[in-house]
Write a protein that binds this ligand. Structure first.
Ligand code: CMC
Length: 429
């Protein structure tokens, strides 16, 4: 027998029985609760979707209270240790780890689609040297929609898969060209004999050498970071991807919208802000004063807190370990001491303890990126690359979910009642 919830409407004394499924009720079922035949019926009010599930998903499982993150059932710790980013991208999109032939074909298809149409390069050349990488990335991904009009056929599986390869492939090229463009360096063509991450480093850093060989520890560390950032269930950018996808728009404009959501400082833009914050603090001695300013409400501690995690973000734990592996090659980033002291004090402080604020994925990632000589401005683009795999996986799931419809929330209208139009000359100041 189905579990149910009984609701008493104290305005009318009427009782209603509402079915529960997976610990949820359907918001639609509230509509029957009304205090008059001509009334609209009860709605739920949930700014920021704090307590609203918008879909059923089999991709990422997140238990914020227990600090658990799994992709398709596999713990993030195991994937980070034993897998590669492209293998994880396959897992997200297809639901299972690939066999050897499946992986070979997937890697071939993604790497084969890393090149950009020459006109896309020209499009990117139009940006000013100081354009923000996320602005360039968002616009260029959106422009891909005009290069691939076939992508509008979103109801066809083969067409969708082609866009998945193109998007996961080209996002590294676009991200690296945002950097080359800002430096005035020539664009570097993809080297499909390298790994996904190795090729990205090639497109970022190759200068006059005939072939670029990525440093293996750094290549691996970046791959781990990409795995950790690949998906995170219904976060703001993924929700944007699904919102746009719900209109059957093509996936390029949807990924552009998702990337725009990611660029905000409360979301993916936080990694950039963390580094600015650590630089501003500068020394371990200055940490207590900074914490005081945060507690007084002057600013937020960037890289801390999460809507869903009320425990240590498991990704932050892995990133912290990875940081030390990277520092063995690059030398220690001195800001790590400031970060460790911030974390130490915050985790003991009543303000942070009470609000369950822990370091999130963005707290330590910037230190690694900086040690690897990525400019701070490109950090959020480094988040957008792997998250593209998550966005397209969620989109693939959405378009075949028969329960999904165009996203269209309700509102509580609080504006004026009906009033008569007043001609311009009759309006008082
Ligand atoms: N520093 C100081 N106080 C904070 C912080 C912070 N980083 N985060 C939350 N709080 C306080 C907030 O002021 C509020 O206190 P009070 O109850 O006294 O008003 C309480 O904690 C709850 O905050 P909230 O804003 O209701 O929490 P939320 O779930 O809406 O926000 C968040 C989540 C991630 C936007 C927020 O924690 C934040 O702004 N963090 C800093 C930015 C950041 O690191 N973002 C990256 C998130 S992880 C990666 C990603 O999603 O891209």
């Amino acid at each position: 027998m189905a579990e149910t919830l009984t609701v008493t409407d104290n305005r009318t004394g009427n009782n209603y029985e509402v079915e529960m499924d997976h610990g949820m009720i359907r918001a639609r079922d509230l509509r029957q609760i009304r205090d008059g035949a001509d009334k609209f019926g009860l709605m739920s009010y949930d700014p920021g979707f704090d307590n609203t599930a918008s879909c059923k998903s089999a991709i990422t499982e997140l238990d914020g209270e227990r600090g658990i993150l799994r992709y398709r059932g596999y713990p993030i710790e195991q994937l980070a240790e034993k897998s590669t980013f492209l293998e994880v991208a396959y897992l997200l999109v297809h639901g299972d780890l690939p066999t050897k032939p499946q992986l070979t074909s997937w890697v071939h298809n993604v790497m084969h689609h890393t090149s950009l149409h020459e006109n896309t390069k020209k499009f990117m050349e139009g940006f000013h040297y100081d354009a923000h990488p996320m602005g360039m990335l968002i616009s260029t991904v959106s422009a891909l929609s005009t290069f691939y009009p076939d992508s509008k056929n979103v109801d066809d599986y083969e067409t969708r898969m082609l866009q998945v390869y193109r998007l996961i492939g080209k996002i590294t090229t676009i991200a690296s060209y945002t950097y080359r463009n800002s430096m005035g360096y020539p664009y570097i063509y993809p080297d499909t004999n390298l790994t996904y991450t190795g090729n990205f480093l090639n497109m970022m850093y190759r200068m006059s050498e005939p072939r670029y060989q990525p440093e293996p520890v750094l290549e691996h560390a970046l791959d781990v970071l990409f795995i950790l950032h690949a998906d995170h269930e219904q976060n703001c950018s993924t929700n944007t991807m699904r919102n746009i996808g719900s209109t059957k728009a093509d996936p390029y404009v949807a990924v552009a919208g998702a990337a725009a959501a990611l660029s905000g400082p409360l979301h993916g833009g936080a990694n950039e802000e963390v580094l600015r914050m650590l630089n501003e603090i500068g020394t371990v001695n200055a940490v207590p004063d900074y914490i005081k300013r945060v507690k007084s409400g002057e600013m937020r501690l960037m890289g801390f807190g999460h809507r869903v995690y009320k425990n240590y973000d498991p990704r932050a734990k892995i990133i912290k370990q990875t940081a030390y592996q990277v520092f063995e090659v690059t030398g220690k980033n001195p800001l790590i001491d400031v970060a460790l002291e911030l974390e130490r004090i915050a985790l003991e402080d009543e303000y942070f303890v009470q609000r369950k604020l822990y370091p999130n994925v963005d707290f330590y990632s910037g230190l690694i990126y900086e040690a690897m000589e990525f400019p701070t401005r490109i950090f959020t683009a480094l988040f957008a690359i792997p998250r593209t795999a998550g966005w397209v996986a969620q989109w693939m799931e959405q378009v075949t979910d028969s329960e999904q419809k165009i996203a269209r929330p309700r509102q509580d209208y609080i504006g004026s009642d009906k009033r008569e139009f007043v001609p311009l000359e009759a309006r008082s100041s």
